[in-house]
Design a protein around this ligand. Structure first.
Ligand code: AMP
Ligand code: GLY
Length: 419
C-alpha cells in the first residue's frame, strides 16, 4: 500500500522513519516534507493545509492510507475530507481536534467531566478580563483561545504583565482571531510531563512519557518556542502517577469526548503538571508533539503502521505496543534568533560525519544539489537512544558535534534537571 504523511517538520521525519520500517508500505510519500524526509520518502509539493490539493495528490499517487500529523490541517477537517473521499486517514476529525484548537472548549470539557486542571475563567470582553486580573492578582496565566504556534500563553508574574498580555491579545490582535477569546487561569506548580496516547476512541494506550523544553535558552529562560529538545521517558512519571493519570485523566477524557459525540481517533497529547494536589492537565493537543515524537518513536519497537491501522479500524485493544528499554534524548539545533527573528538558507555541514548510533531528524531543512540548507527556525533534532537517560543525553550532545551552520543555536541543558 502507498502511504502519505502530511507535514514537514521533525515530527514528520520521525513518523516517516518509523513507517519506513514497515513491510506493508510500498511507496512512502510526504507533503510537503523537508530535506531529510526527501531521503526516505517521496516529497510532494503540497502545503499541509491545502485539503483539496492533498486529496488530489493522494489520488494521483494511488495512496491507500494517510497520516495527518500537524495541528492546523486537523483543525481544518482534513481527516473528515479524506474519509469523505474514501481514503482512510489517521488523526482526529475536526469535531474532536477542537480539544487543541479551542482552549475554552477543552477547559469547559474538563470542568463538565471533573478532569483535574487549573481553575479558570473565559473572557470575550477585555474590560471584564482586566478587572478579573485585578481581583485575583498574580502569578496568573493568560492564554489565547485558538492556535498560536505554542506562543499564545503568558505565565505572568505580575498583574501588570498579565494585563499587558490581555491587551495585546484582545486589543492589538497579536494572535488574530485566536486571541479574541482569552482564558485566564490559576498558576500551577510542579514538574511538567507529556504523555502521548494512541486511541481509537474506545481504547487508550499511553506511549512512553516525555518532557519537552519550551523556552529558548538554558535554565528555562527566554521566550517560549515550539520546543528545544525532549527526553523520554521522564523519571518524574512513576508507575503510581501513571496509574493515577490513566484513571483520573486519560480514560475520563476519552469517555467525555465520546459522550459529547466527538469520538477521538489518533494521538491525544496530554500536557500534564504534577502539582502538590496531584496530576492536572495543562493542555491537550490533538496530535503527536514536536519534538517529543523524535525521542519517543526512536524507542518504539512495534510496527507504527500496524498501530495506525489498528487505530483507524478501532481494534487498538488487540495490539501489543512494545518499547525499547533505556531512554532517548533529542536536542534541537535551531537558527540563531528563533523564535523571534532569524535568517534561513545557510548550508548545513557535517551531517555525513555524524556517528552511526545517532539519528538526525530534519525539521526546517531543504535539499538542493545534494546539499542541505536551513529553511526554518527549528532546523534539526539530534537524537540518541541509550541504556540510561544520562548516557542518552551525553550521546546526543556528543553526536551533534560535527554538525554546523551559520548562527546555529541549541540548549546545552536538555534533560539536565532530570538526572
Ligand atoms: P500551553 O501552551 O498551554 O502548554 O502552555 C505553555 C506553557 O506554559 C506550559 O508548558 C507551562 O510551562 C506553562 N503553563 C501553562 N499553563 C500554566 C498554568 N496554569 N500554571 C503554570 N504554568 C502554566
Ligand atoms: N512540543 C510541544 C507541542 O508539540 O505542542
Amino acid at each position: 500500500m502507498n502511504v502519505l504523511v502530511v507535514g514537514g517538520g521533525g515530527r514528520e521525519h520521525a513518523i516517516c522513519a518509523a513507517l519506513k520500517k514497515s513491510k506493508d508500505i510500498d511507496t512512502l510519500y510526504c507533503a510537503p516534507g523537508n530535506g531529510g524526509i526527501s531521503d526516505i520518502a517521496v516529497c510532494l509539493p503540497v502545503k499541509a493545509t491545502d485539503i483539496d490539493g492533498m486529496i488530489k495528490a493522494a489520488r494521483d499517487n494511488n495512496v491507500g492510507f494517510v497520516v495527518v500529523a500537524p495541528d492546523d490541517p486537523l483543525a481544518l477537517g482534513m481527516v473528515d475530507a479524506f474519509e469523505a473521499a474514501g481514503i482512510p486517514a489517521f488523526g482526529p476529525r475536526k469535531n474532536a481536534a477542537i480539544i487543541e484548537s479551542s482552549k475554552a472548549f477543552s477547559k469547559n470539557l474538563m470542568t463538565k467531566y471533573s478532569i483535574p486542571t487549573a481553575a479558570f475563567k473565559t473572557f470575550t470582553d477585555m474590560d471584564a478580563a482586566l478587572a478579573y486580573i485585578d481581583e485575583v492578582g498574580a502569578p496568573i496565566v493568560v492564554k489565547a483561545d485558538g492556535l498560536a504556534l505554542g506562543k499564545g500563553v503568558v505565565v505572568a508574574q505580575t498583574v501588570e504583565e498579565a494585563k499587558n498580555a490581555v491587551y495585546e491579545m484582545m486589543h492589538d490582535g497579536k494572535f488574530g482571531a485566536s486571541g479574541s477569546t482569552v482564558v485566564i487561569e490559576e498558576f500551577m506548580t510542579g514538574p511538567e510531563v507529556t504523555v502521548l496516547c494512541f486511541t481509537d476512541g474506545k481504547t487508550i494506550k499511553p506511549m512512553l512519557s516525555s518532557q519537552d523544553h519550551k523556552r529558548a535558552y538554558d535554565g528555562d529562560e527566554g521566550p517560549n518556542t515550539g520546543g528545544m529538545g525532549a527526553i523520554c521517558p521522564t523519571p518524574n512519571y512513576t508507575s503510581e502517577i501513571a496509574a493515577r493519570c490513566e484513571k483520573e485523566i486519560f480514560l475520563p477524557t476519552l469517555n467525555a469526548l465520546r459522550a459529547e459525540g466527538r469520538p477521538f481517533k489518533g494521538v491525544i497529547y496530554f500536557g500534564l503538571m504534577l502539582t502538590p494536589n496531584g496530576p492536572k492537565v495543562v493542555e491537550y493537543n490533538a496530535r503527536f508533539g514536536d519534538p517529543e515524537t523524535q525521542p519517543i518513536l526512536s524507542m518504539l519497537e512495534t510496527d507504527l503502521f500496524e498501530i495506525f491501522r489498528a487505530v483507524v479500524e478501532e481494534r487498538l485493544d488487540k495490539i501489543d505496543i512494545k518499547w525499547k528499554k533505556g531512554a532517548a534524548c533529542c536536542v534541537v539545533l535551531a537558527s540563531g534568533g528563533y523564535p523571534v527573528k532569524y535568517d534561513k538558507g545557510y548550508e548545513i555541514t557535517g551531517l555525513d560525519k555524524v556517528s552511526a548510533g545517532i539519528t538526525v531528524y530534519h525539521a526546517g531543512t531543504e535539499k538542493k544539489d545534494g546539499k542541505y540548507y536551513t529553511s526554518g527556525g527549528r532546523v534539526l533534532g539530534v537524537t540518541a537512544v541509550s541504556d540510561t537517560l544520562a548516557s542518552a543525553i551525553s550521546a546526543a550532545y556528543e553526536g551533534l558535534k560535527p554538525i554546523s551552520f551559520e548562527k546555529m543555536h541549541y540548549r546545552k541543558d536538555i534533560g539536565a534537571k532530570l538526572i
